[in-house]
Write a protein that binds this ligand. Structure first.
Ligand SMILES: [Zn+2]
Length: 286
């Protein structure tokens, strides 16, 4: 089984088989896939499975953000509408020629066999969104609606997918459930990320499919929000005291947050949040 049933009409794979989580919402006349994982082979298996159990074809793929572990499987949905925020599509078109050429990917694969071993670079076709929206878009079928909304935060153009009929939120990488998030993207915006979490608090949510980690509920949003607000406050205070990037990253009195917070993810995240807040502080001084 490549997907678990989350609610009557929603499905997810949160086992890490595709690196990034992915899922689907089954509407009466068609199915909407959400993110495509890192591996076309996994996306293909998922699409076959989901079409079989729902009895409807996947006609649309919605992307939460441009990271490879959510979009490298896109080619399996080439015959579908591939929907993203305009900002996300722009970011994807920027990174593709810079990092996703065959040569670059082959180099990266050598250093990260754990991630790239499962990726067939020779048959990978980088597949871009075919439909973009500015702020939000609503997909409708009979009495059902799926709301896709751009919020930014984890990346410029990050979006969430909300299915009000069953109160399910596909949060993309705005939530890494039960683990420390990766917040080191060059386009990360911690303030937008905090605002996105506050927006989640205002939605009626029974189940959350995060971008990584297991399916969870709205209590995880509060855990994330509390931690992010505290870290943002500390980073800004340390910058105001004149501390350097290394000092901010090495500061040892951040609140406890899941065990993997000691890893590379934590370092990347703090370093990039420092950059964002430092640039803002300098702008304010001028
Ligand atoms: Zn991501």
């Amino acid at each position: 089984m490549i997907a678990e049933k989350v609610t009557e009409r929603s499905y997810a794979n949160s086992m890490g088989e595709g690196r990034g989580n992915f899922g689907a919402i089954s509407l009466p006349n068609y199915t909407v896939a959400i993110d495509a994982s890192m591996y076309p082979s996994v996306a293909k298996e998922f699409r076959t499975y989901i079409q079989k159990i729902t009895g409807t074809a996947v006609r649309k793929l919605v992307l939460t953000h441009y990271h490879s572990d959510h979009v490298f499987g896109n080619q399996i949905f080439k015959d579908c509408q591939i929907i993203s925020s305009r900002t996300m599509a722009t970011e994807m078109r920027k990174v593709a020629p810079a990092y996703w050429t065959r040569e670059k990917l082959e180099d990266t694969a050598k250093t990260r066999p754990d991630i790239y071993g499962k990726l067939d670079i020779n048959t990978l076709e980088i597949t871009f969104p075919t439909e973009v929206f500015h702020e939000s878009v609503t997909l409708e079928d009979e009495e059902f609606k799926i709301i896709v909304k751009k919020v930014g935060g984890h990346t410029a153009g990050s979006a969430y997918v909300y299915f009000p009929a069953e109160q399910v939120l596909f949060a993309g990488d705005l939530i890494f459930a039960h683990t420390f998030p990766w917040g080191g993207d060059l386009t990360v915006d911690p303030d937008e990320w905090i605002d996105a979490l506050k927006e989640f608090c205002r939605l009626d949510i029974q189940k959350i499919v995060p971008g990584h980690g297991p399916v969870c509920d709205s209590s995880e949003v509060q855990v994330y929000l509390d931690f992010f607000e505290q870290v943002a406050k500390i980073v800004k205070e340390l910058i105001a005291e004149g501390q350097t990037r290394e000092e901010v990253v090495g500061f040892d009195d951040y609140p406890e947050f899941y065990a993997s917070g000691t890893s590379e993810r934590r370092r990347d995240t703090l370093a990039q949040w420092y950059q964002v807040y430092k640039a803002r502080a300098q702008r304010n001084v001028k």
